[in-house]
Design a protein. Sequence first.
Length: 526
Amino acid sequence: MNFRYVSSHTSKKYLIETMGSGVALFDYDNDGRLDIFLVNGAPIADPTLKGTIPQKDGPGTWNRLFHQKADGTFEDVTEKAGLQGIGYGMGVAVGDYDNDGYEDLFVTSYGRNTLYHNNGDGTFSDVTASAGLAGSGWSTSAAWVDYDNDGLLDLVVLRYVTWDWDDFWCGEHREGYRAYCHPDLFSPIAPMLYHNDGNGHFTEVTQQAGFAKPGKGLGVAIGDYDKDGRPDIVIANDSMPEFLYHNDGGGKFTEVGLSSEIALDDNGKTYAGMGIDFTDYDNDGWPDLVITNLANQRYAIYRNTGDGSFTYASGPTGIAAMTVMHSGWGVRFLDYDNDGWKDLLIAQGHDLDTIELSSPQLHYREPLLLAKNNGGKDFTDVTASSGPVFAKKWVARGLATGDIDNDGRVDAVITTNDGPAYILRNVTRTANHWISLQLTGHKSNRDAIGAQIKLTTKDGSQYAMVSTAGSYLSASDKRVHFGLGQNTEAKSIEIRWPGGTVQHLSSVQGDRLVKIEEPPDAKETH
């Protein structure tokens, strides 16, 4: 029997090396074209990093900002933009926190996080200190969300475990078998919740908001699971119960993972929760949940039953059978063929570079997974028939989605561990139609994050919430994309803005991007 990996890549095995880093798809200069920001998970010189890890300087360890030019190619503008970064980078969150019309970046790291304010002239400024957002510990995914609907984006920052650089000796003490330490060996740590004070400063409110339950957080997403008008927050935890924070209003949350039945799998067991997305895949008006994990665990699909609870649906949907031998990280629901049903794209790759020595049926490098949604009932694995890119095997981690070339088909960017990033252009041949919505808030936060959309065609309705969060360590395009199937228009679009306004649009032509402004304060507008 042959193995591709017969020895460890490094003599020291740092847990943080397995985790990879994130990617953001966003339009930083408002030219209508998506740009790419890549977090570099490398030990960039930072005085807050202590221990045995060597620190480095130079372009090879920088984060990267790639500006999309008019011809569809990209140029590296990292140094000009001032986004080189410091520390051991992990994740990224995108949101216009000061409502000035330009997207800002929050980058998580081990040791110190960074808030980059978009100056509107192609440059960014590090305003972490004045904003009060440096944080501490090992931060992973983050999400912008206006949890109190005051028109200002607040911030959720996950932390993984209590860990330092001296924790590295695990596994057998012989050549090729030295392993990364299992997360069970480390203590969980609470996430951080920051309230936007409206003056460029944030106040940490973790304790008073009821958000201080220790976890091993890797993925975060937002969604209003009980449709009470307040965004809830769901967290994928590694090897412990998953968290669902119900937004009680008044700046308070209650963690209801167990009572809502998303904390465990159908056997009552925990799993290595990593990537996450919170979207209505069966078009019944209630947001559902997907969480990726490691091989032999089955990715978790939770169907929202509409009564405050979820049903574990990995088996009936076919997700269990197609994922039991795989390890998933970044994940997004997206309608790749514009048929009106949200499909699944998942970045895969095991966390152990020696896994084939102990488990030859598993693999360190894996292809991506594309699962087609069959009318909201189940999914079919269409990976093998979806083009040569799906035959390639990567150690994939971060995943962000968005229509990069504005052709009405959702594309993706994938990051890999100790390897390049990849742009996946969607070239699916289909006669189906589409529509994308770009919302701008005025009373609500300018990005309209948290706005709930109901789009109806003669074939039925679809639902979505505006968000840049989800997946794993990554941030996706804030524009909301809908496939229309054979319909050339949306009969109606209903938008429930975070500020309270309900807006109705009728007979909206498809096959285009529609820009929608939040109307003046009114309970109902048409």
